[in-house]
Structure formats: structure tokens, C-alpha cells
Unconditional design. Structure first.
Length: 256
């Protein structure tokens, strides 16, 4: 366990966490991982429990690779040191059983920023302003060589403050610190999944600010879009063929 020095007053709670988490209320999200919101000693905290860890990863996280909780904690500290907003990390816990990694937790401060999924509610000049500010945020990330591998609308929080949209990153366990190539930058933008017009506006602004060739970037963008569309249609076709084959097999058996 590692605790941020600012939050040592939560040490008792954190020591008990693996034993009481299952019975806690405050559920925010439950799928592959579970996220809960709690108020401890007047401090609002978000707790993410990393679950469904495959057998191979239990071995890998024990001996060869940092756990997701540790990476999220250390990446958050690094982001803040670089002036990139993210909820203040509180602690991470790694739990082991018979020498193997069993489960992990990442705990951070609660943020009242909504996710960028509500971005589409904006209209007109307000939306254009938000796109400008989002573009500046992404450029700042990339110039600082921060490449977020889960760069999606649900992992970016935003809020308008003093006339400017501010952004904050969450789900930070998959991050690379490296020089970002042109293709990597475009791919990062595509992960946002914004409507086509918004994407083109954002890409053109990104290119202008970074002194890049707009046409070259747009060409990369449309190629990625085309490849994604082909991949999606191929997947749908294969599912359809598999379904037809299944029904054909049933018919063949029933006719025997």
C-alpha cells in the first residue's frame, strides 16, 4: 500500500478497505471493475476496485509488471507535476494470496466535473469554444509527451470555469510517456469518437497550433475512419454468416 502524504489521516480506513469494500454502498459503476463513492472523515473519495484478474495477470502483476492501481497512482502524480489536471490520488492497495496478485484498489479525490460525454449538449458558439479549449488541452498533453491509451469521452472530465473549459483525466493506468508521432496524435483524437464535423474542426485546429500539414492529418484521419468502417462491417458480416451457418446446421440435423 502507498498513501499520498496529504491523506495519511485515511490510513485506518485504507487498511480495512479490502475487508469492507464488498459491503459498501455508493456504487457508481460495475462491470469489469467496480467504482464506489464514499465520504470518509468529511473527505469524498472515489474507490476503484480492479476485479476479474486473469490467472496470467495474477502472476505478471506479482513479479513482472506494476499493478493497475500503482500505475494509476503514479501517473496521476506525474500528471499533476506537469500541470495536467486529474483528481488528486490518495492511495493504491495491492492484495496478494499465496504469493500471487489477488486484487487491487485505486483511491482518489472525488471530482464534480461531468464527463465529456455530455459535451454534445453544447451548441453553437459555446460548443466551438469548448472545442478550442479541448484542442488546447490535447496539444498540451502531446507536447508534454503524455499519451493516454484510454482517451475517450468517459475518461475526460470537463467544466467551464472563469470563461474557460477546464479538463481533467481519469482512468490513468494505461499511459505512455513518449514522443508522440503524427499518426499517434491523430489516433488519440479519433478515440474521442466525436461527430465527424467536430472531429474535422478539432483536427484542423490541432494541425494549425502544432504547425502541421492539415491535409496530411485529415488524410490519416479519413483512412483510420475507413479502416474502422471496413473492420466493423466485416465483423457484422461474419456474425451474420455464423448465425446462418448455425441455423443451417440445425435444419440439417432435424431433416435426418
Amino acid at each position: 500500500m502507498k498513501i499520498n502524504d496529504r491523506f495519511m489521516f485515511l490510513e485506518g480506513f485504507l487498511n480495512r478497505l479490502p475487508f469492507v469494500f464488498g459491503g459498501m454502498d455508493g456504487l457508481i459503476f460495475k462491470k469489469r471493475n467496480t467504482i464506489k463513492l464514499q465520504t470518509i472523515s468529511d473527505q469524498k473519495v472515489v474507490i476503484k476496485s480492479f476485479e476479474k484478474i486473469y490467472l496470467a495477470n495474477r502472476f505478471i502483476y506479482r513479479f513482472f509488471r506494476d499493478s493497475k492501481g500503482k500505475r494509476a497512482f503514479e501517473n496521476a502524480i506525474y500528471f499533476l507535476s506537469q500541470g495536467i489536471n486529474t483528481p488528486q490520488p490518495i492511495a493504491y492497495l495491492d492484495c496478494y494470496s499465496n504469493w500471487f496478485f489477488k486484487s487491487g484498489y485505486f483511491i482518489c479525490e472525488y471530482s464534480d466535473f461531468p464527463t465529456l460525454e455530455s459535451f454534445q449538449d453544447l451548441e453553437g458558439t459555446e460548443k466551438k469554444k469548448a472545442l478550442f479549449d479541448l484542442g488546447n488541452f490535447i496539444i498540451d498533453l502531446h507536447q508534454k509527451e503524455i499519451y493516454h491509451l484510454d482517451f475517450s469521452l468517459s475518461n475526460i472530465l470537463f467544466k467551464k470555469m472563469d470563461g474557460t473549459y477546464r479538463f481533467s483525466l481519469v482512468d490513468n493506468n494505461r499511459v505512455k510517456i513518449k514522443q508522440i508521432t503524427l499518426k499517434m496524435g491523430v489516433k488519440s483524437l479519433i478515440r474521442l469518437g466525436l461527430p465527424n464535423n467536430d472531429m474535422i474542426f478539432l483536427i484542423e485546429y490541432y494541425a494549425q497550433r502544432r504547425g502541421l500539414d492539415e491535409n496530411k492529418i485529415l488524410k490519416i484521419y479519413f483512412k483510420y475512419k475507413y479502416d474502422q468502417e471496413v473492420k466493423y462491417k466485416r465483423k457484422i458480416l461474419l456474425k451474420k454468416l455464423a448465425k446462418q451457418l448455425f441455423h443451417f446446421s440445425l435444419k440439417s440435423k432435424s431433416s435426418l
